[in-house]
Design a protein around this ligand. Structure first.
Ligand code: NAP
Length: 550
């Protein structure tokens, strides 16, 4: 469709764009490409001075994706698929950023972005059916549609540790890593947090630091990544078969190429179970998650796999006391994001690496010199905070979003996020989210979700344009129905049984509960597809009307 911006305003008033896109990660990049290609007048905003979102900000040592690179990449451009070549099965952050910059160059996306610019408020003008967005530079922008591609993990939490900003040595947040190289040589380094991020940092910094102190409160389950260089033959095979691989990914539960199973845990003998688990462990990556169909619903099956992984720690870590402390207890395996490592447990065999068990010996405060735990002060030269994110809703609620009748998103979502498909919110017309908090989000390949969501939004906007409509929002009934389904599925899931960012447990005062859609990517994509039928019956629309002057 070749669209010409509608002229909503009369002389003297600022220009109204068609689409404003917030965020320069995968979602924002694809949305920018898509709406430009459709002929819309667009403007995109990004807080950083480059594209890449998570991969722009997270330059911490050892940062690496835990999905296969060939899968964790855009599928919408056949040219990009054929021209870009991945070097490793699981790409490291520098290669991911190189890929992102390659895509940006190849598709000429950068010119649409205003960098170093944060949106601080978004307000819907009902009379004129437009969004007004303000930036931190004091500018005001107007558009008919607003797309929030702000990402589920873009707001790093301020560490909830007394005195966290009083340390006089070097101090780094994993999600705001400096662009210059950081040296650990001979330094006493402390890493706080052992989620996916902390684990990657520990295994990278341990061998380089003078002394490394790892402050662990809740141990994570981590499995071998078994990363490898990709051969030219394999890359050629993937390039020949991209179409089929993408289709398979889209038809899967996780939106990716990870093996899946329909086999229930107790449907096979103990001998077969053990062989399958050993094989998955040897194969590496997230293969283990695909060995059985009921690992996230059957507690007994889950505990068996948890014990299998705990027993592996004993085979690697030499000091039995340290091994015991590293074993996660009291929550189901995979209920926290499963981590992948290449030498995490081995790092604890190094004489300069010390595990500080913050359950036994809690952190009291950060001092000018280091970290004070109950048993005393540990003096450090550097502290790395890998303490997590205000996930799913953090970025959307970080600024002031005001919809119809003055309603604020923060108020609408005070008991937790509610939306239709994670894409649209009742009371917020023409406001669309990619990878929203009620879609599969962190539970599936985020690039597949972004592409799905942008395509869905594009179809919705096309429908609006073709029918001379000016406002679109999901009905209360469709939001209720979707959220009932989200909650019905969530109630069966073991993901509820761990204190994680998945359920908002890591941020004080945040509404708690599993709000992601746990039915899998394929079912989610089907629901999006179904919602485009019957003239977007799940939405209510506003017909074009006379423009009321401001
Ligand atoms: P996270 O999983 O939320 O882990 C934060 C860690 O900090 C936890 O161990 C937490 O302990 C600890 N922590 C927080 N406050 C603390 C305190 N006051 N004292 C001691 N410890 C404290 O965050 P993340 O590791 O940054 O990972 C977030 C998500 O990013 C992951 O789940 C994943 O989706 C994504 N990620 C992916 C990759 C990848 O693809 N390879 C890499 C990194 C991140 P408690 O659990 O006890 O609160």
């Amino acid at each position: 469709m070749n669209h010409v911006a509608s002229q909503l305003r009369t002389g003297g008033e600022p220009d109204v764009l068609d689409v404003i896109i917030v965020g320069g990660g995968f979602g924002g990049m694809y949305a920018t490409y898509k709406f430009r290609e459709m002929g819309f007048r667009i403007q995109s905003f990004e807080a950083g001075d480059g594209l890449g979102g998570v991969w722009y900000w997270n330059r911490y040592p050892g940062a690496r994706v835990d999905l296969p690179s060939v899968d964790y990449s855009f599928s919408f451009s056949k040219e990009v698929e054929q021209e870009w070549t991945w070097s490793e099965e699981f790409a490291a952050q520098p290669e991911l950023l190189e890929y992102i910059n390659f895509v940006a160059e190849r598709l000429d996306l950068r010119k649409h972005f205003k960098f170093n610019t944060r949106i601080v408020s978004a307000k819907w003008h009902e009379a004129r059916q437009i969004w007004e967005l303000k930036t931190d530079a004091g500018e005001t922008w107007y558009s008919r549609y607003c797309i929030m591609a702000t990402g589920p993990l873009s707001v790093q939490k301020t560490p909830d540790i007394k005195g966290w900003d009083t340390f006089k040595g070097e101090s780094y947040m994993s999600g705001k890593w400096p662009h210059q190289p950081v040296s650990y040589e001979g330094k006493r380094v402390g890493v706080i947090g052992v989620g996916s991020t902390g684990i990657q940092i520990v295994q990278e910094v341990g061998p380089q630091a003078g002394e490394l102190y790892v402050f662990q409160r809740t141990p994570s389950f981590t499995m071998p990544m078994r990363n490898q260089k990709l051969t030219p033959e394999y890359v050629a095979e993937v390039k020949r078969n991209y179409e089929g691989l993408r289709a398979a990914a889209r038809a899967s539960h996780v939106g990716g190429l990870r093996p899946q199973s329909t086999r229930a845990f107790f449907s096979v003998t103990p001998r077969v179970r053990d062989i399958l688990l050993e094989d998955a462990y040897k194969l590496g990556g997230l293969t283990m998650l695909g060995t059985f169909s009921d690992l996230l619903t059957n507690e007994e099956a889950n505990e068996y796999v948890a014990n299998f992984l705990r027993s592996k720690i004993d085979t690697i870590v030499k000091d039995p006391k340290v091994a015991e402390k590293l074993k996660p207890q009291g929550y189901p395996v995979f209920a926290r994001r499963p981590c992948l490592d290449s030498s995490y447990y081995e790092t604890y065999n190094l004489p300069n690496v010390h595990l500080v068990d913050c359950v036994e010996d809690p952190i009291v405060e950060i001092t000018e010199k280091g970290v004070r735990v109950e048993s005393g002060e540990i003096e450090l030269d550097m502290i790395i905070f890998a303490t997590g994110y205000d996930g799913l809703t953090g970025a959307l609620l970080a600024f002031d979003v005001e919809g119809r009748d003055g309603q604020k998103l923060r108020e609408t979502w005070k008991d937790g996020p509610r939306s239709f498909l994670g894409v649209g919110v009742e009371g917020f017309p023409n406001f669309f989210m990619t990878v929203g908090p009620n879609g599969p989000s962190a539970l599936a390949n985020i690039i597949r979700i972004n592409e799905n969501d942008v395509d869905f939004i594009a179809r919705a906007i096309t429908y609006m344009e073709e029918n001379d409509l000016t406002g679109m929002e999901p009905t209360e009934e469709s939001v209720d129905r979707w959220m009932e389904e989200v909650q019905r599925l969530a109630s069966r899931s073991l993901l509820n049984k761990a204190k994680t960012w998945y359920v908002g447990a890591n941020v004080e005062g945040k509404a708690k509960g599993l709000t992601m859609f746990t039915g899998g990517f394929a079912k989610y994509a089907e629901a999006c597809e179904a919602a485009t039928k019957n003239n977007f019956a799940a939405f209510s629309f506003e017909k074009r009307r006379e423009v009321v002057p401001a």
